[in-house]
Design a protein around this ligand. Structure first.
Ligand code: GLA
Length: 391
């Protein structure tokens, strides 16, 4: 872990502790942490039971937790001006107007559904994953909350995968985002120094170690996105429509040959959605095989194809992001890879850049990219980090 990383985490812990102490008048008992993620390749494949290759980053969420005097769960959000919420975690879920409150209540409800009664607790939440950037601030918060509650209430028998499923259920059933399992699973299970290949059909995972001289740069496009509001759910429905047409349980089961041969009268839009998913699953498997042995030229080409497929077939990119990717791609050539990352409709671009090119890429972007939000360009140099833990 580098120095900046240690300092950044310490700041986060201090912020959670401060909010906790202001609200509850004492120090918390435990701190849980879960990271955000950047997806290297395998976009919109998770909810189609395909492969994904995300990497946990050194930005995340800290949840400070301690005992409560009552049966209520009381939560305070440091990132929202110490806004707070208190509720009975064993009562029926009641939807709130605020997304973070629904997520806390959703985690409690999902955990209670699996483990029985939940005791009251006090907790404070502080995160540093940029929001609306497609870096899974929400998954990191969900997994950190689940980790904190499980640890504090000494609930046994839940694996990292279970924590991820609880966090995903909260998003699906209570926050209202039809997300897949990628973000939560990598946040719960990642290993330091590695990306995580996830088979979203079986939930089997395999760490894929990153070559040390390849640096992950994440560049914010300056276009914020909200998954629950974006046409994300519509894309998911179109994939289900395609699977139904081809008579397969999910698009994971569709081969490229059948995709073309059995196309028949399938609507062009739905066909292109399926084409993206089927080809992206294949690209992801190849990328996982070549990432650790350092075939950067091949990786570069796979990332390029992934972006074009997301642009032309899945239609989730934005013109400003296409321009940004094209600019960095031209500069890197086959020495590195670049593509949009996350759900799309804004958010970030990920670039895998050889160490000696990092400065020139940062200079290029800073000099030539004008984020539509009018803010200065935000570039994050991210370290492949480990998943949820008690700190
Ligand atoms: C969002 C979702 C993920 C995944 C990606 C697209 O991040 O939360 O489950 O579907 O979009 O790859």
């Amino acid at each position: 872990m580098d120095r900046e990383n240690v300092q950044r985490r310490a700041d986060l812990v201090a912020r959670a502790a401060r909010s906790f102490e202001i609200m509850f008048g004492e120090a918390p008992a435990i701190f849980a942490y879960a990271p955000g993620r950047v997806n290297l390749i395998g976009e919109h494949t998770d909810y189609n039971d395909g492969f994904v290759l995300p990497c946990a980053i050194d930005y995340g969420t800290v949840v400070a937790i301690g005992p409560a005097a009552s049966d209520q769960l009381c939560a305070v959000a440091s990132d929202y001006g110490d806004d707070c919420d208190a509720f009975d975690p064993n009562a029926i879920f009641v939807s709130q107007k605020t997304e973070w409150k629904n997520h806390v209540r959703g985690i409690a409800a999902s955990l209670a559904a699996r483990t029985g009664m939940i005791q009251g607790a006090n907790l404070a939440i502080a995160g540093n994953v940029p929001q609306g950037a497609g870096l899974s601030s929400s998954a990191s918060m969900g997994v950190a909350l689940a980790k904190a509650l499980v640890e504090h209430q000494q609930i046994t028998g839940l694996s990292a995968t279970d924590l991820a499923l609880i966090a995903q259920q909260s998003e699906n059933a209570y926050v209202g985002t039809a997300c897949g399992i990628m973000d939560q699973l990598v946040s719960a299970k990642a290993e330091a120094g590695a990306a995580l290949l996830i088979d979203c059909r079986t939930l089997d995972t395999m760490p894929v170690y990153m070559p040390e001289d390849l640096i992950m740069l994440v560049i914010h496009s300056g276009i914020e996105r909200q998954l629950a509001d974006s046409p994300f759910n519509q894309r998911r429905a179109e994939c289900e429509q395609a699977a139904k047409y081809y008579d397969v349980p999910t698009l994971r089961h569709l081969t490229e040959d059948r995709l073309i041969a059995d196309r028949g009268e399938l609507d062009d839009v739905v066909f292109r959605r399926a084409q993206h998913v089927v080809t992206e699953i294949a690209r992801t498997e190849i990328a996982a095989n070549i990432l650790s042995n350092g075939d950067i030229a091949k990786l570069s080409e796979l990332m390029r194809q992934s972006h074009l497929s997301l642009r032309d077939d899945f239609e989730v990119t934005m013109p400003a992001i296409d321009d940004l990717v094209a600019m960095i791609g031209k500069h890197l050539g086959s020495r590195g890879g670049v593509r949009m990352t996350g759900g799309g409709f804004g958010g970030c671009v990920v670039a895998l850049v050889p160490k000696d090119q990092v400065q020139s890429v940062m200079d290029l972007v800073t000099a030539n990219y004008d984020p539509p939000d009018g803010r200065p360009v935000r570039i994050f140099q991210c370290l492949p980090s480990s998943g949820a833990r008690i700190i």
